[in-house]
Write a protein that binds this ligand. Structure first.
Ligand code: IMP
Ligand code: MG
Length: 179
């Protein structure tokens, strides 16, 4: 275990089980449809890579990166997008793939933004959720696991761009981010 980790919350095997369960639910719901999987950079790349490999529907992959600070609303209430989609999503079934939902701001803005582009449907698949931190009530169609209000890293999730490569998800020691 990395020295900065307090304890492991989900092992590699736990994560595989969570992702498989979620894929099964998505496969039931999207049978016979085509999906555009929108992986939210950067934290969701590991989860996106694993989830998409378990989907049975024909799935295209695209990426989006929203600005992380100030959570990306400008004066018009639009999201600030650092890297936009390559695809036109009009009439398509979009599955947003996100690592973790905290306040809910990022996902509620992304969902609204994609609906405005006239997607046929917009669903969210979030690996983790911290329900006690929610500020905006956004419907999340697929949640892998709910976690307490702790800062977690690994499997794509970072603190100051570190720890993304850990194979497990662990709680970061408080001394690391309270410095
Ligand atoms: P929200 O808009 O507040 O829901 O922000 C969600 C984003 O905050 C996620 O996509 C992560 O980038 C980041 N985040 C929230 N909690 C954690 C955490 O515990 N570890 C790492 N990143 C987190
Ligand atoms: Mg993120």
């Amino acid at each position: 275990m990395h020295k900065d980790i307090e304890r492991i919350l989900f092992s590699k095997e736990d994560i595989d089980g969570i992702v498989s369960d979620m894929a099964e639910r998505i496969n039931n719901d999207f049978a016979g449809k085509e999906i555009i999987a929108v992986v939210v950079l950067k934290g969701s790349i590991m989860f996106g890579a694993d989830l998409v490999r378990k989907l049975s529907a024909d799935t295209s992959i695209d990426f989006i990166q929203a600005s992380s600070y100030g959570f990306g609303t400008d004066s018009t209430g639009n999201i600030k997008i650092k890297k936009d989609l390559d695809f036109d999503i009009e009439g398509k079934h979009v599955l947003i793939i996100e690592d973790i939902i905290d306040s809910g701001r990022t996902l509620s803005l992304l969902k609204k933004n994609f609906k405005e582009r006239n997607a046929a449907s917009v669903s969210i698949a979030s690996l983790l959720s911290k329900p006690s931190r929610r500020v905006i009530d956004v419907e999340i169609e697929y949640i892998g696991a709910e976690i307490p209000d702790e800062f977690v890293v690994g499997y794509g999730l970072d603190y100051a761009e570190k720890y993304r490569g850990l194979e497990y998800i662990g709680i970061l020691k408080r001394e690391i981010y309270s410095k």
